[in-house]
Ligand binder design. Structure first.
Ligand SMILES: Cc1cc2nc3c(=O)[nH]c(=O)nc-3n(C[C@H](O)[C@H](O)[C@H](O)COP(=O)(O)OP(=O)(O)OC[C@H]3O[C@@H](n4cnc5c(N)ncnc54)[C@H](O)[C@@H]3O)c2cc1C
Length: 474
């Protein structure tokens, strides 16, 4: 294989070497073994693959694709395999094979998790590398999935969001823009009416899959034993549900999280959160959700995505929870962390444009769709302020029709958050951020006497209400 042909090779900083002390610690809990040259240690799709430290010889990690293998890394003495799927139980995205007769230390996932939990120094080192490796694969679209879609299709955005919020790397081809899109559709005798089309590692296309179908195909959910009684079942994997999962699992409880869509909840749709404790420089909602997800899995919490809880029977423990299209699960305690569901604007034909012109988040995914466009941000609270700031770096114009302050984070004191409020925005030659009077806004938002948003239980004053109301008491 000519390695110079693979510009995608991951950089060296993702592959720090283990020192002698760390190798000795891993060898205490692992098994030393000799592997002949050419043996596949794990393949793309292997579930619960093992972790390897190279003592002698070499292991090559490659990304299989329909065009052949893409070289990723040659692991040499002191190097180790693995990334985030070591904890999630999800199938491996890569293949690894020995290139020479090789001596390794081998650990199964249970031993590795125990080590990470009980040896904080080594645990932090390994976890940090695993997180970086997965982030690099996501940013380079190095995975086992190709998505063909269109910016005008709401289902395309839904699938992109689902994959992104689950941290699953994917290659995307836009119909009418990227040549491979048409070629791939032709190869599978599909047409534009079939998009979004997803092609997985088995090379069979899925047309407009639901999130649950996609989760099943990619193996995102580890098998749930319906006979098992969990100590805690958490409904919802937003910040609250993930926090409950981390605290429960770190105390040694068996925890199952049921998430209707993907981890992150509302926070996952925020480009920047400035007021979460411990993040003085701010952090994107997706990053905080990703970290919480890894933390929960590190402690052994099981997280099932695309699995909506629909009913719970509360007469006596263990409480059965029914799930959309899946077997019920049972828990001795249940935490409902279903968050809030936002009311929508009463605008004719809204549904027709949702996901195809009207969006409910401002993450890099929506931003791509707004590149070079005029954008209207509807709302007068902090989220609208964040969205306007973020989108102004990529859109031509960002308008906000709220003639009111954006409250705590963004108000520059002038009563209008962005008029000259941010020097960076001003220095962007082609970008203007404007506010315009919009009396209609006062029909669904309200301010107190100093001009701050009123939030509270009155549904006429705020834009959201609890969403766990959709879990019925059966
Ligand atoms: C654009 C935006 C920007 C924001 N910026 C900030 C900020 O800067 N600072 C700040 O403090 N807050 C911010 N927030 C608010 C913050 O994100 C929320 O307060 C926080 O996400 C609430 O967390 P939660 O876990 O309670 O609920 P949610 O985040 O709403 O999560 C609930 C989860 O439960 C799932 N769910 C619901 N029903 C079911 C069911 N029946 N079965 C299974 N799963 C279910 C949902 O899919 C969702 O993933 C922002 C919100 C948005 C939308």
């Amino acid at each position: 294989m000519d390695k110079s042909k693979f510009p995608d090779e991951l950089p060296d900083e993702l592959y720090p070497k283990l020192n002698g002390e760390q190798i000795a610690r891993l060898a205490q809990v692992g098994t030393r073994r000799s592997v002949p040259a050419g043996e596949v240690l794990f393949d793309q799709g292997t579930i619960r693959r093992r972790f390897y430290v190279v003592l002698q010889g070499a292991i090559e990690a490659v990304l299989p694709s329909s065009e052949g293998e893409v070289h990723m890394r040659l692991h040499q003495p002191g190097d180790f395999t693995g990334e985030l799927d070591m904890f999630s139980g999800r199938p491996s995205l890569v293949r690894a094979r020995t290139v020479d007769p090789t001596e390794v230390v081998e650990l199964d996932q249970v031993s590795l998790r125990n080590l990470v939990q009980t040896d904080p120094k080594l645990g932090e080192f390994l976890l940090r590398v695993f997180v970086r490796r997965r982030a690099a694969m996501v940013s380079r679209a190095m995975g086992d999935v190709v998505l063909i879609g269109s910016r005008y299709s709401a289902d395309t955005l839904r699938l992109k969001e689902f994959l992104a919020h689950n941290g699953h790397p994917f290659k995307y081809f836009e119909l009418g823009l990227d040549a491979p899109a048409e070629q791939l559709l032709q190869r599978f005798s599909l047409g534009p009416e079939d998009i979004p089309v997803l092609i997985g590692r088995d090379q069979s296309p899925m047309r407009k899959p639901t999130n649950a179908e996609l989760a099943a195909r990619l193996g995102l959910n580890a098998e749930i034993d319906s006979e098992r009684v969990y100590d805690v079942i958490v409904v919802g994997a937003g910040p609250s549900g993930l926090a409950a999962a981390v605290y429960g699992a770190s105390e040694g409880l068996s925890v199952l999280v049921l998430e209707a869509i993907a981890p992150g909840g509302q926070a996952g749709s925020s480009s920047r959160i400035e007021n979460y404790l411990g993040f003085p420089l701010g952090i994107s909602g997706q990053d905080i959700a990703g970290r919480a997800f890894v933390q929960a899995e590190k402690f052994g919490a099981q997280i099932a995505v695309a699995r909506r809880a629909t009913a719970i029977r509360c007469d006596r423990p263990p409480f059965p929870i029914e799930c959309d299209g899946d077997d019920p699960v049972r828990g001795r305690a249940v935490v409902l962390a279903g968050g809030a569901e936002y009311r929508k604007l009463q605008v004719a034909n809204l549904a027709q444009f949702e996901g195809a012109g009207v969006y409910y988040g401002a993450t890099p995914l929506e931003a791509q769709l707004c590149k070079g466009e005029d954008v209207i941000v509807v709302g007068g609270g902090n989220s609208a302020g964040q969205a306007a700031m973020f989108l102004s770096t990529i859109a031509t114009h960002v308008y906000n029709p709220a003639a009111m302050p954006f409250s705590l984070f963004f108000n520059d004191g002038s009563g209008c958050a962005f008029h000259g409020g941010d020097p960076n925005l001003e220095s962007h030659g082609c970008i203007h951020l404007e506010t315009k009077d919009a009396e209609w806004l006062f029909n669904w938002a309200a301010k107190d006497s100093v001009g701050l948003d009123i939030v509270g239980p009155n549904p006429h004053l705020v834009g959201h209400g609890p969403s766990h109301s959709d879990v019925k008491n059966a």
